[in-house]
Design a binder for this molecule. Structure first.
Ligand SMILES: CC(C)(COP(=O)(O)OP(=O)(O)OC[C@H]1O[C@@H](n2cnc3c(N)ncnc32)[C@H](O)[C@@H]1OP(=O)(O)O)[C@@H](O)C(=O)NCCC(=O)NCCS
Length: 156
């Protein structure tokens, strides 16, 4: 599979976030709007978009806000993450952080494979997310309780 990246427009980010995560995206103690992030879309030449990664830069740190392979298991996620890291390095970012939830074992394994370290577990952090987004379920993937936020980070 050979594809390319393009800068994600806010309208596309908004459309995908509404479909996948809800808007705003709530992280630890902060909320992200589509216009407040940058991102990359990955697509095969001439084809439909296959994935979207978004991030927010703060000085020499960045948070990767969302990463979605629209069809999982085809290495689109890896391409998106590599593309985002390359762009962040270009912008002078030294360290990237990612938050995920305790039920998302596939994402945790994916990030660890890509060199991220587990730096913190924020116990019961999903309670504060639910205060802003009451629709977030109590049960997550594989029937696991959705309660904690796992923080991962990598020096770029
Ligand atoms: C996490 C995510 C981005 C990973 O992207 P991906 O394209 O599926 O993953 P990769 O780039 O590693 O691609 C393929 C790998 O997935 C593996 N895979 C395939 N099916 C799998 C499955 N059911 N469970 C776990 N791994 C699987 C493949 O074996 C392959 O590994 P290999 O290198 O040994 O061949 C993607 O699963 C995703 O979009 N998830 C939903 C959104 C999400 O949770 N994002 C993270 C939020 S913090």
């Amino acid at each position: 599979m050979d594809g390319r990246f393009e800068a994600a427009e806010a309208a596309f980010i908004e459309e995908q976030w509404r479909r996948l995560w809800g808007v705003p995206v709530v992280s630890l103690g902060r909320q992200y709007e589509p216009a407040g992030v940058e991102g990359l879309v990955y697509r095969e030449d001439g084809g439909a978009p296959q994935g979207l990664v978004t991030w927010h830069v703060d000085g020499d740190r960045a948070e990767i806000v969302t990463i979605d392979a629209f069809e999982q298991g085809r290495h689109v996620g890896g391409r998106l993450l590599n593309g985002a890291e390359e762009e962040l390095r270009r912008q002078g970012v030294k360290r990237a952080t990612i938050m995920t939830t305790n039920d998302n074992l596939r994402a945790i394994a994916f990030y660890v494979r890509h060199g991220y370290r587990l730096v913190a577990v924020h116990l019961d952090a999903m309670e504060s997310v639910r205060q802003l987004k009451p629709e977030v379920p109590k049960t997550g993937q594989d029937g696991l309780p959705l309660q904690d936020v796992i923080e991962l980070a990598k020096d770029l």
